[in-house]
Design a protein around this ligand. Sequence first.
Ligand code: G4P
Ligand code: NA
Ligand code: NA
Length: 194
Amino acid sequence: MKVLEERIRQEGQILSDTVLKVDSFLNHQVDTGLALEIGKEFGRIFGGRPITKVLTIEASGIQFAMAASIALSVPFVYAKKKKAVTLSEQVYSAPVHSFTRQESYQVCISQKYLGPGDKVLIVDDFLATGAALVGLVDIVREAGAELLGVGCVIEKCFQEGRGLLEEMGVEVHSLARISAMAPGEVHFIENEEI
Ligand code: G4P
Ligand code: NA
Ligand code: NA
């Protein structure tokens, strides 16, 4: 997605070889016009599939899941992160280890809002190590729902997230795919026309 790549070049701050800060337009302050365009692009890519629900994880996946759900005219649900190990019986949950934060937590979704009839698109802001997304895939499977794809706004292709998801049989599309970065430069992989 060209407009997204341009914004990353203009405003992204590369803090190291692996960390990209996009706080000015994606995940702290949010450019809502861009977020809606991102949702439309997910709608274009996944719109041919019979999706009934968009799923994400708090916090910074929410605005893109909402944008995609508007484009697809279906509801979205966001998984909550809980440190507590005490879980009520009415939630699906999966453990996630965050490598960037060096801590583990549970992702939880109420069983009221996901079930065997659902056909799910998972959306998130970053595809990095894939830890959180693998947790969401586990929850979709636990719920007996069908996963029709994963859409990420920014993928760091040099991390292992895509490989983990593809090993699980999941189809992944990302709107900006970074092959390498260093302070002052970002390299993107061209997406094939979908
Ligand atoms: P992930 O690939 O499944 O997201 O897991 P990982 O443990 O690698 O990432 C941990 C958190 O850091 C995630 O946010 C992820 O979106 C975010 N993240 C990973 N790489 C980058 C990066 O280069 N830049 C930025 N800005 N964020 C990155 P989260 O735990 O879901 O937290 P939240 O911010 O959504 O609340
Ligand atoms: Na996220
Ligand atoms: Na994040």
